[in-house]
Design a binder for this molecule. Structure first.
Ligand code: ATP
Ligand code: MG
Length: 444
């Protein structure tokens, strides 16, 4: 196949026949985020490369292996965002949002770019729903973002995800832990992959996150961070767990989660599924109290998560989670002859102004072919406009599901059709067995 007609490896097209599913996920997460007081932030798709080296961490897989970095025509090093947090922090600082009341809670729905080996659930362009909360250091904030992610899954009807949490401590407790890790990995230095051998001195925790089978086997025997937490970090972690218990959110503590990005402190968490293959982490996040300072601001606590939209969709499809149907064509206006064609456009305009979905022929098909097309696109109703209808002013509305017809006038067409649509909708709404008292809360 020619290059021109083939997409870049690891990218997906979202086609009109499927886009309603992603839109449903997007509108759901927007609503939930706003219920939690998070509002949308949009940042550019590219940033200065230094931001990600700093903000993601230069010993991470993302920075070491996965970034789409290039020079622009002005000779600047530019990188397509591999994740959403660094850009959000940059925008937070650049726009002086630290002067606003704290906490500042933002969300984004954004594309991300990572040069990874494409496979199911692992793409080179993918999409994330993410939240970031700046300026709240209490354990209740960690619990709140976990609750938000959890609610997204509940709302969408996704089940069987396990929530795994851990604390990776702060700089203070990590110093001791790094020592213990280095000692452990040094005894396996000949077996480690080249990247991990390089990480041993600078950031041994990264080795725990290495995807190479040998490194991850070795990592299984490594000391765990939870044995090295300082009192403050342990207390923080215990408190996060208490909040989760109070919010009725089930979790397991997995002392081996460290997360793939360098900036995490204390709480880290993942929502993992075993139903979508090897790439089972649908959402990952945690606290990163050092990041804002790292990127150049005054120290400020922060936390957040990223949820992979494609993995979420894979999971929903695997679980056959129902999606609300895509908007249907309410009516297709079949027309023949110049005058009728123009009338069809006029009627469609009126109907659309009333919020109905109306279509008419723009191909120049004959009567039968237009009917066939209306049927194919699943139009709920059709109406025929020809010379007779125009001169009599009367038309027949055909219900495509059962073939029944109803007479109506051209003059009041939009009003009449609207009442039919409403009547139809009411008929589908089963009011039997509903007691008015239930609706009015027993006050009737
Ligand atoms: P993984 O361990 O799968 O590589 P990660 O730790 O690199 O994930 P994060 O940086 O935490 O992932 O990104 C948050 C979420 O974004 C992931 O949990 C996942 O759902 C999604 N995600 C990450 N990388 C990809 C990718 N290449 N393709 C599709 N989704 C991805
Ligand atoms: Mg990764």
């Amino acid at each position: 196949m020619s290059l021109i007609t083939s997409s870049i490896k690891g990218t997906l097209d979202l086609l009109p026949k499927d886009s309603y599913k992603t839109q449903y996920i997007e509108s759901s997460v927007r609503e939930i985020a706003e219920n939690y007081g998070f509002y949308e932030m949009r940042t550019p798709v590219f940033e200065h490369t230094e931001l990600f080296e700093r903000g993601v961490g230069d010993t991470t897989d993302v920075v070491q292996k996965e970034m789409y970095t290039f020079s622009d025509k002005g000779g600047r090093s530019i990188t397509l965002r591999p994740e959403g947090t660094a850009g959000a922090v940059r925008a937070f600082l650049e726009n002086g949002l630290f002067n606003e009341p704290m906490p500042q809670k933002i969300y984004y729905l954004t594309s991300c770019y990572r040069y990874e080996k494409p496979q199911a659930g692992r793409l080179r362009e993918f999409h994330q729903f993410g939240v970031e909360c700046f300026g709240a250091g209490a354990p209740s904030q960690d619990a709140e973002i976990i609750a938000l992610a959890n609610e997204v899954f509940n709302y969408l009807g996704v089940s069987n995800l396990s929530l795994e949490i851990n604390s990776i401590g702060c700089k203070k407790c990590r110093a001791e832990y790094h020592k213990a890790l280095k000692e452990y990995f040094k005894s396996h230095i000949d077996e480690l992959c080249d990247t991990c051998r390089g990480r041993l001195e600078k950031n041994p925790m990264r080795i725990l996150d290495c995807k190479s089978p040998i490194c991850s086997e070795i990592a299984k025997g490594a000391p765990v961070i939870t044995d090295y937490l300082c009192d403050d970090c342990r207390e923080h972690f215990d408190s996060v767990k208490k909040y989760l218990d109070a919010m009725n959110i089930a979790y397991t503590v997995n002392p081996r989660i460290v997360r793939g990005l360098d900036y995490y402190t204390r709480t880290v968490f993942e929502f993992v599924s075993n139903e979508i293959g090897a790439q089972g982490t649908v959402c990952g996040g945690g606290r990163y109290d050092g990041l804002i300072e790292e990127v150049g601001g005054n120290p400020l606590p922060a936390c957040g998560f990223g949820m992979g939209i494609e993995r979420l969709l894979l999971l929903m499809e695997a679980q056959k989670t129902p999606f609300p149907e895509r908007k249907k064509c309410d009516i297709f206006i079949v027309s023949m002859g110049d005058e009728a064609n123009i009338k069809a456009a006029e009627l469609a305009t009126d109907l659309r102004n009333e919020g109905l979905s109306a279509q008419f022929d723009t191909v120049g098909r004959g009567f039968k072919a237009q009917m066939k097309y209306a049927n194919k696109i699943g139009a709920l109703y059709t109406v025929v406009l020809g010379e007779n209808e125009l001169s009599s002013g009367n038309v027949k509305l055909k219900n495509m599901a059962d073939g029944t017809e109803e007479e109506t006038t051209l003059k009041d067409f939009t009003d009449n059709f609207q009442s039919i649509v409403i009547r139809q909708a009411m008929a589908g709404f089963d009011t039997e067995g509903i007691d008015i008292k239930d609706i009015l809360g027993g006050n009737a």
